[in-house]
Ligand binder design. Structure first.
Ligand code: UDP
Ligand code: MG
Length: 311
């Protein structure tokens, strides 16, 4: 009988330093899963260094290595999507190239799916050892907020590292949205899921592609993609201000009738005008964010563009 195939999807962006290390480490472990035929699918996300050449060299030595190469950097989310779209095996694993996703977990992940009937095995790190404190604090805060205001199951410390069967892959590929927040999408599709936990592992070589600013944008995109609560925020604030204004009008009328009308209170009036217009602009900004996303979504642009491929 033919063996079932596992596609290992690896998004890579400027990873010339880590790609060989990743491949050697993963190859060592992969032999333990003798039931599966393993194919690698590297998705080169528009790297400017020699990442693609390295992948081609690997391919010369190993026919199980395949690649897609984008015309520019489209982001990890797009790379994951492309990988899943092209992966045709019965199982798919998504892994980072920097060995922060320990390949040693793969055999256990496969066992859980094959023997315990899980559809998807996902990983989360229980510590953020080696990460700047500010970054950890912001991340914690983000997960607290998004879980309060969104129905998607977005778990703190969840990595993109996972092993899934065809059903889950098809469900994710069917979500063709342009603004892809994978952490939300993976939770949103549901299915029987098992979480594996491990201590944070630091990147073997090279540097993270995430600056604090990029992370801030990512968090913001996540909220806009998976919650509409910020939109209701403006309605509530509007209502609150309406009520305050109403009470103030009555107070002023009564005061004028009882005490006459001394012209006073201009500084406080100026403050109120600035304060309220600030809130108005803020709410318009929120509305604008959602409109901008809708605008981009309605253009129906492709999520990625392929320059070269071998699959
Ligand atoms: N990556 C990518 N496109 C990008 C940024 C990152 O494909 O625009 C890949 C990167 O090569 C790596 C994985 O995504 O394999 C995780 O990136 P990184 O280690 O920088 O993120 P972190 O682990 O710090 O969250
Ligand atoms: Mg990393």
């Amino acid at each position: 009988m033919d063996k079932e195939t596992l596609n290992i999807v690896v998004p890579v962006y400027n990873e010339e330093k880590t790609i060989d290390l990743f491949f050697t480490e993963t190859e060592k472990v992969i032999r333990e899963i003798s039931e599966l035929e393993v194919d690698y699918l590297f998705v080169d996300d528009g790297s400017q260094d020699s990442t693609l050449e390295k992948i081609k060299k690997l391919q010369e030595q190993n026919p199980h290595v395949h690649y897609l190469s984008f015309s520019r950097n489209f982001g990890k989310e797009a790379a994951i999507y492309a990988g899943l779209e092209y992966a045709s095996g019965e199982y798919v694993a998504i892994m980072d190239c920097d060995l922060q996703d320990p390949p040693a977990l793969l055999p256990e992940m496969y066992r859980l799916i094959a023997e315990e009937n899980y559809d998807c095995v996902r990983c989360r790190r229980v510590s953020r050892k080696g990460e700047p404190i500010i970054r950890s604090l912001c991340a914690r805060l983000f997960y607290k907020i998004i879980n309060k205001i969104s129905k998607a199951d977005i778990v703190d410390g969840a990595r993109d590292f996972q092993f899934m069967n065809r059903k889950v892959v098809d469900a994710i590929v069917s979500m063709k949205e342009y603004n892809r927040f994978s952490k939300g999408i993976f939770g949103w599709v549901g299915f029987k899921k098992k979480w594996l936990e491990y201590e944070n592992v630091e990147r073997v070589a090279g540097e993270t592609k995430w600056s604090i600013w990029k992370l801030f944008h990512y968090a913001f995109d996540g909220i806009v993609a998976f919650s509409t609560v910020p939109l209701t925020f403006s309605s509530y604030v509007g209502l609150l201000f309406f009520m305050i204004a109403f009470i103030m009008i009555i107070v002023i009328i009564v005061k004028t009738l009882v005490f006459g009308d001394p012209v006073a209170g201009w500084p406080s009036l100026a403050c109120i005008v600035i304060f309220v217009s600030g809130i108005q602009l803020f709410c318009m900004g929120i509305l604008g964010q959602y409109m901008a996303k809708t605008y981009l979504e309605s253009k129906n642009r492709p999520i990625y563009i392929i320059n070269e491929k071998d699959i």
